[in-house]
Design a protein around this ligand. Structure first.
Ligand SMILES: Cc1cc2nc3c(=O)[nH]c(=O)nc-3n(C[C@H](O)[C@H](O)[C@H](O)COP(=O)(O)OP(=O)(O)OC[C@H]3O[C@@H](n4cnc5c(N)ncnc54)[C@H](O)[C@@H]3O)c2cc1C
Ligand code: FES
Length: 509
């Protein structure tokens, strides 16, 4: 299979930055340079705060933000019916309003800063999947009760296989996330903000001030720290009980311009399919289709998942051309479908977190940036209670327990045998788990037959990683840490690589 790629990758010098080179002091240290972290830095720098952003990758917006599909939706993907059941009608109405405010903010920033990011207002459509029209009916009832604007239409405007009524929601949005964030990084610097890449944070000490320790031993002292790392890094173990890591898959196919109405589409299935288009060169559109979610580290059939997405797409869009991109990435679900945004729970003075994107991280990250900036600036924010990470929703207990029983079950991997007996059984370019005595090894064989052995034990909280053949990564089934094929940390919450195993020296040396 060809390597994965998302359509958003842009080469822009503003994405590059130097690593942190000395101990420094700022008003605010933001950890993570995705949409959540960069928007936070922008808002705080604009308000006159001195801000530094630290990211472990070599460029900004190279985490999940680079592999998004960038729907800007105010319609909650877990559906208003679910949010209203778990948190009540007022919370569900506020959730809609908060995501609308996030789309407004992206539009306002792109206008104010003259960022050419293809921002556009579009309709959203919820259409029935294989599970039939009941879910649609429930959502209509709930949205009517909440006073939210929608219209029932006879069918979703797909060229083929568009069965049954659908719901249309006005005033959603779409944009090019990397064009937006590359330019936003440049604006942050113009406002006095500082960005360091290739700087991994390994420890955050809360307090007044807080101290942020990095992998090179350099520290940042700051009045406040914002953890915008996607998965919640170093914000207390309880956060890992509240946030569950899922993989989601996407493909991009060329279609004639105008063949598909520019809009956001998603169906009622679980996991749901999601669809949008984006203009590409030659006056054509790229049709982007996503879905096939599963818990991170708990599936190894990635090629089949992309193939199923393609088959689903061709049934509805028969004129679609070849698949130009296929890729996957991680989203973080919460028991009530709403982000976890605000002061980190427990005694973490001045440490704030933006996590639990629930597949709506473009808007969650943006409204999270506004919320956390308001808290740091001492302003009131109407959504602070809705998203408070310390919240407790008794009606979400069942989901919370199911997720944590699933996590606990992953630790039984310690007891099972290896997937193969030795590296001899692993084809080049692939990896597998090998048991050696009491330990489990993550063994990768490179294309030239070189064998790389690492401990399969995740440095976060000891889960056993699993090979992901689609992305050539080792994925932890417990809280979603991901590592490159030779063990380098790609995504937290782990803060270090898989431990390499020394190869025994050849006999006679
Ligand atoms: C296939 C796919 C489709 C999606 N579609 C949509 C969609 O249509 N609409 C939508 O709203 N959302 C969507 N999402 C979700 C959305 O993309 C993410 O929620 C969002 O990009 C997360 O942004 P973020 O800034 O929180 O995290 P990220 O973009 O992941 O940024 C976090 C950053 O933190 C850095 N970091 C992590 N740990 C450390 C550390 N210890 N030290 C220093 N740096 C660290 C990482 O390097 C990374 O750059 C999708 C996601 C995927 C994977
Ligand atoms: S991510 Fe927590 S144990 Fe691996």
């Amino acid at each position: 299979m060809t390597p994965t790629s998302s359509p958003w990758s842009v080469e822009n010098p503003a994405r590059a930055a130097a690593p942190l080179a000395g101990d420094t002091r700022y008003d605010v240290c933001v950890v993570g340079a995705g949409i959540a972290g960069l928007t936070t830095a922008y808002l705080l720098a604009d308000a006159g705060k001195s801000v530094v952003v630290l990211d472990s990758k070599s460029k900004v917006a190279a985490g999940e933000t680079e592999v998004t599909t960038a729907h800007l939706a105010w319609v909650i993907d877990d559906r208003f019916t679910r949010v209203a059941q778990v948190r009540g009608d007022e919370a569900a109405r506020l959730a809609a309003e908060s995501h609308q405010s996030a789309i407004d903010l992206i539009e306002a920033i792109s206008k104010r800063e003259r960022i050419a990011c293809e921002f556009k207002r579009v309709d959203g459509y919820l259409f029935p999947g294989a599970d039939g029209p009941d879910a649609l009916r429930d959502e209509m009832v709930t949205m009517t009760r909440l006073g939210l604007i929608f219209e029932r239409v006879d069918r979703v405007p797909f060229p083929a296989n568009a069965s049954g009524p659908a719901l249309r929601f006005p005033d959603n949005g779409q944009f090019h996330p990397l064009k937006y964030l590359s330019d936003l990084a440049a604006v942050i610097r113009m406002r006095g903000g500082v960005i360091h890449t290739e700087t991994r944070v390994v420890d955050i000490r809360s307090g007044a001030p807080c101290t942020v320790h990095t992998d090179t031993g350099r520290t940042v002292t700051a009045g406040a720290v914002v953890v915008a790392t996607g998965s919640p890094f170093d914000t207390g173990t309880t956060m890992h009980f509240k946030v569950a890591a899922y993989m989601t898959y996407a493909i991009g196919l060329e279609v004639p311009a105008g063949y598909v109405k520019h809009a956001l589409y998603w169906d009622t299935e679980d996991p749901y399919h999601y669809v949008r288009t984006t203009p590409i060169e030659g006056g054509k559109d790229l049709l982007i289709v996503g879905g096939e979610d599963h818990k991170t580290g708990q599936a190894s059939d990635q090629p089949e998942r992309w193939a199923r997405l393609e088959a689903w797409t061709r049934e509805r869009f028969p004129a679609a051309g070849a698949v130009r991109h296929h890729w996957s990435g991680e989203v973080f679900e919460t028991p009530d479908g709403l982000g976890m945004i605000g002061l980190a729970p427990g005694w973490r003075q001045n440490v704030y977190v933006i996590t639990g994107d629930s597949g709506m991280g473009m808007t969650h990250g943006t409204l999270g940036a506004r919320l956390v900036s308001d808290l740091i600036l001492g302003r009131t924010n109407p959504y602070a209670g809705l998203y408070a990470p310390s919240r407790w929703a008794p009606s979400a207990l069942k989901t919370l327990l199911e997720e944590n029983v699933n996590i606990a079950a992953q630790y039984t991997d310690w007891l099972t045998g290896g997937e193969v007996k030795s590296a001899d059984e692993i084809p080049p370019g692939q990896g597998a788990i090998v048991r050696r005595g009491l330990t489990k090894l993550a063994v990768y064989k490179d294309d030239r037959g070189g064998v790389h052995e690492m401990s399969a034990v995740c440095p976060h909280l000891g889960g056993i990683v699993q090979w992901n053949p689609g992305e050539q990564t080792w994925d932890c089934p417990c809280h979603g840490s991901r590592f490159g094929c030779t063990g380098e940390m790609r995504h937290g919450p782990a803060a270090s690589d898989l431990t390499p195993i020394e190869q025994p020296a050849p006999a006679g040396t």
